[in-house]
Ligand binder design. Structure first.
Ligand code: BTN
Length: 322
């Protein structure tokens, strides 16, 4: 009954619906309606009640709205096998387990919160409840293991385009896949894979987007380097519409990649990059490299022209923009 009441309010957004109307439409007594509204209030829904006018739904709790998410999903495959959780240790762990029990390409794991969100290079990922998109997407591309970095770059392009579309904000990619707004990180991507005989068996694309975090939601040490879409745009963003838009962007780029290879993705990545032609510094296995980030090569590695004019390829790790 609570769901039916909510559906009714969705028909009349921002308007008062009288107790009489609800009672007639749902065939329940006015006392029962009052009880259900109280239950919904307890679950975080905010209602205004006015004499002779009825009830108005003022706000919903920011929990994943499964129906909304699925009904607006325009993809063919990605995201339709959807697993939503409250708090988990990491959506990556859940996705790996789902693959082990037969989950197929496009399976999506979403959580409200992560207690041990994983970042790249052994770092942790701050994932407070209801404030972000913490998700893992299962992919089974038939490509060699050494093409994985290309998928990472593809994910960054899809994410960047989705954020641009939904939030109309100036965002760019720092190699390989950090998304920055005004120099601060708003989103990160972690790809984990399993392979056999040099072929990928599956990839789990873990994506973290800091959507509606406020400054006080960040621990002190992250405040100078991290930001959220809400902080940067000054308004809360619908997590559902961002997930839907991302999955569609990803599906289109993924199809393009499977059909035409990395070349078109590379061009898109280069156009969104805030790294190329900038002075950078990075630590590689052969020591510190400083120079100008010049281009991406066919494998997705970053070509750096060092201060002594040498061309060096950087395959993994982090770079520091100077
Ligand atoms: C990074 O920039 O270091 C990558 C961050 C990736 C975070 C996401 S949140 C969803 C998924 N689950 C995890 O534990 N990590 C990824």
């Amino acid at each position: 009954m609570n769901e039916r009441i909510l559906e009714l309010f969705q028909e009349f957004p921002d308007a008062y619906v009288s107790g009489e109307e609800i009672s007639r439409r749902l065939n329940v007594s006015r006392t029962a309606i009052w009880k259900h509204i109280e239950e919904l209030r307890g679950a975080g829904y905010e209602f205004e009640a006015a004499p002779r006018k009825g009830y108005r739904l003022v706000s919903k709790p920011d929990k994943w709205q499964v129906k909304e998410l699925l009904s607006g999903l325009k993809t063919k495959v990605l995201g339709h096998n959807l697993h939503i959780y409250g708090e988990v240790d990491s959506t990556q762990t859940i996705a790996h387990a789902l693959v082990a029990s037969g989950a197929s390409e496009g399976t999506l794991v979403l959580a409200e919160a992560q207690s041990s969100g994983r970042g790249r290079m052994g770092r942790s990922w701050h994932s407070p409840a209801g404030k972000g998109i913490w998700m893992s997407l299962v992919l089974t591309p038939r490509i060699p293991v050494y093409f994985m970095p290309q998928l990472t770059l593809l994910s960054a392009v899809a994410l960047c385009r989705a954020i641009q579309k939904v939030c109309r904000v100036d965002i760019g990619i720092k190699w390989p896949n950090d998304l920055l707004i005004n120099g601060k990180k708003v989103s990160g991507i972690l790809l984990e894979s399993s392979g056999e005989d040099e072929r990928l068996k599956y990839v789990i694309a873990g994506i973290g987007i800091s959507v509606n975090l406020k400054r006080e939601d960040y621990p002190e040490q992250l405040r100078p380097i991290a930001t959220s879409l809400a902080i940067e745009t000054g308004t809360d963003i619908s997590r559902e519409s961002l997930v839907q838009t991302f999955l569609l962007e990803f599906e289109e780029l993924y199809a393009l990649y499977i059909d035409k290879g990395f070349a078109p993705i590379r061009l898109l990545w280069e156009a969104l990059s805030v790294t190329l032609k900038r002075k950078i510094r990075t630590h590689t296995s052969s020591g510190l490299v400083e120079g100008i980030a010049d281009s991406l090569d066919d494998s997705g590695a970053l070509t750096v022209i060092t201060n002594t004019g040498e061309k060096i390829k950087v395959y993994s790790g982090d770079i520091e923009l100077k």
